[in-house]
Design a protein around this ligand. Sequence first.
Ligand code: ADP
Ligand code: GLC
Length: 487
Amino acid sequence: MDPLKICFISSEIVPFAKTGGLADVSGALGKYLDQAGHDVRLFMPLYDKIDTDKYDMHVVDFLQNITLNFNGFDITFTVVTTKLPDSNADVYLIHCPDLYHRGSIYTEDHDEYLRFVVLVRAVIESCQRMGWGPDVFHCNDWQSAMLPFYLKTVYQWDDLFANSRTILTIHNIGYQGIFGSDRLGPLNLQEWAHMLPQDDLADNMLNYMKTGLLLADVITTVSNTYAREIQTAEYGAGMEYILQQRSDHLIGIVNGVDYEDWNPETDEHLTHKYSSKRLAGKEKNKKELLESFNLPYRKGVPLFSIISRLTVQKGFDILEEILFEILQNYDLQFIVLGSGDDRYARLFHQAQYHFPQKFGFYEGYHIPLSHKIEAGSDIFVMPSRYEPCGLNQIYSLKYGTVPIVRKTGGLADTVEFYDWESDSGTGFVFEYYNSDSLKWAIDYAYTTYQHRDTWKRLMKRGMAQNFSWELQVQKYVDLYQHLVGVS
Ligand code: ADP
Ligand code: GLC
């Protein structure tokens, strides 16, 4: 079988830029597709946050100062390249300081619509200049969702892409890239307006995600349960009708984990490595972690934790209703690492203020600390309102940190309900999105933790789970092959 030519576009790729799981998935998929022998080329913007000195980056000589024409203005970009670490895959970074040097990856600036159209056009124009017609353009979330539209309109003349197929992976339907349809003017797309949903245009709406969902050859999302959920009004964020109509072209593939990065036996961020056979290191990590938060260590007291973007998606409103009561009534400790909405940051600062022996909060984004928390905690809390896949619960399993999750999306597909009677399962799963259910799960975890032998078995079952990318990447390869007609 010939290697596939895969053009992978993402707004975040580990290790260059990350705000969430999209970056982990993009980096890992790139690496494992390359390892499987395919010609995968990854594209992303060159943000000012990327430390260019850290990687061996150089300008691609035939991709310099390329000008894109819009209506009444031009945008010029240059492409810089480097290898994806631990891999032979090429990453192409679109250098356009006017658009991508903004201090953060995403903005609410007036030209956000342009930043990610330029990404899509820069990818296509780079492929043209490379003379490289990908078998598959693999787009991710709204930031690259306009690519299928551009291939079918502005670049439709180019035979280089005549056999190219498009995939759009939904990592989060909650973010769609919705702009005014008056942007079609500056983008110079008015002659193609008939390709877009007319109702939206009448409402002055241009929805990048929706455009991609309508035009991509195949839609994937990051778990089977989420693939079903987003076809309902509760989870579809307005896209449910389109997804129902396209359900024959909608597939769920659960994310994998890069165990080269997330493995307590080898994790470079841990002072004490451990495994399911040698668990002593975990308790030492716990002591060290508690110390770093100025919390006292007391043997036998369970440590709960959260690592998260602080947004409504992650279930903090139901946690808010019971947090103080739990801290008051249970002999437990709790550590949170996160940044985002002020409302939740305030909640956690207050918890720390009122329960200085029990609660620790680090507000910010800190990758080494996220590894130390995974390793040092006993129980990981993820009560998400919705969760396309979720990675931290899978990392938690591997680190022997038993997850509490709500039964939704990828959480439902990766954590198995712990049943004390049959002594089976890997975590504490609750069904309904309300604080009573979450409290029940916390109580269940707390009580189970007191039974040390049972707890050890529960931890070890989780640690033995395998969600490695080697397995999951084959599912993407099968899909690509099916799309290009070789299987
Ligand atoms: P999402 O992509 O919705 O944020 P995921 O569970 O898929 O959720 O992935 C989140 C990723 O971001 C994980 O790798 C997690 O460790 C990381 N992360 C989230 N918040 C922080 C933070 N404050 N500091 C360090 N890493 C974080
Ligand atoms: C999104 C989702 C998360 C998923 C990640 C990677 O950010 O919120 O559930 O794991 O993308 O696919």
